[in-house]
Write a protein that binds this ligand. Structure first.
Ligand code: GRF
Length: 213
């Protein structure tokens, strides 16, 4: 085998997944970019936004990925439509990337331990909205970001990976958010690859035996 180049990841054999967004979509774009560069071991098959004017939709189209607007005003109908679309494209898991809705059992039961979220704090500290502002106001010295499986709570599901970001004395919400966001992008790619490789096993509320290489 000496001298043989490692096989290029091929989209053909990869698991497919959905990305749900509500806004800017920079985490989504990080996944699409990683995929384009051959650094993602799963294929983003469809981007769904619950806001028709989300800037992330335009970015997704630039990458040539299919997009859909799905209204979640009626949560049950929105989740059912999402499940139907997931089945249609053959998606095996779902990534919430700045999706500003709490999901219900309808979606969770259709994808048990197959929905992940990214959050801009070291959970369980500072769940919910404005996590970076909460961290600054509390006066913590470090914050960061977390990927976790989604349950019906607000940012309460089993933690997958975390990255630490130092809080500087002169940080504003904007400067801290920007440094955390940079880490979010890398963390999300890493987490999707673990999921793609079936390396995440949830036992009760914890994930055991993550082998990272
Ligand atoms: C990110 O900070 C993410 O952690 C949080 O919402 C923000 C979305 O940003 N859930 P983007 O839309 O991915 O740029």
């Amino acid at each position: 085998m000496e001298g043989e180049a490692p096989a290029e990841p091929s989209l053909e054999n990869m698991k497919k997944f959905l990305i749900l967004i509500s806004g800017r979509g920079s985490n989504m774009a990080a996944l699409l970019k990683a995929c384009r560069k051959g650094r993602l071991r799963a294929e983003p098959a469809l981007i769904i936004s619950n806001r028709s004017q989300a800037p992330g939709l335009e970015a997704a189209r630039d990458y040539g990925v299919r997009t859909e607007f799905v209204s979640f005003k009626d949560a049950e109908a929105g989740e059912q439509r999402t499940i139907d679309l997931a089945r249609e494209v053959g998606a095996e898991f779902i990534v919430l990337a700045g999706f500003m809705r709490v999901v219900t059992e309808t979606l969770i039961n259709a994808f048990p331990n197959r929905i992940i979220n990214i959050h801009p704090s070291l959970l369980p500290a500072f769940p919910g909205l404005h996590a970076q502002k909460q961290a600054l106001e509390y006066g913590v010295r470090v914050s960061g970001c977390t990927t976790h499986f989604v349950n019906t709570g607000v940012d309460t599901g089993p933690i997958i990976l975390q990255r630490v970001v130092e809080v500087k004395p002169d940080d504003t919400e904007d400067t801290l958010s920007a440094r955390i966001l940079e880490q979010e992008h890398a963390l999300l790619v890493e987490t999707v690859n673990l999921l793609a490789d079936d390396r995440l096993h949830v036992v009760n509320t914890r994930i055991v035996n993550i082998s990272r290489n």
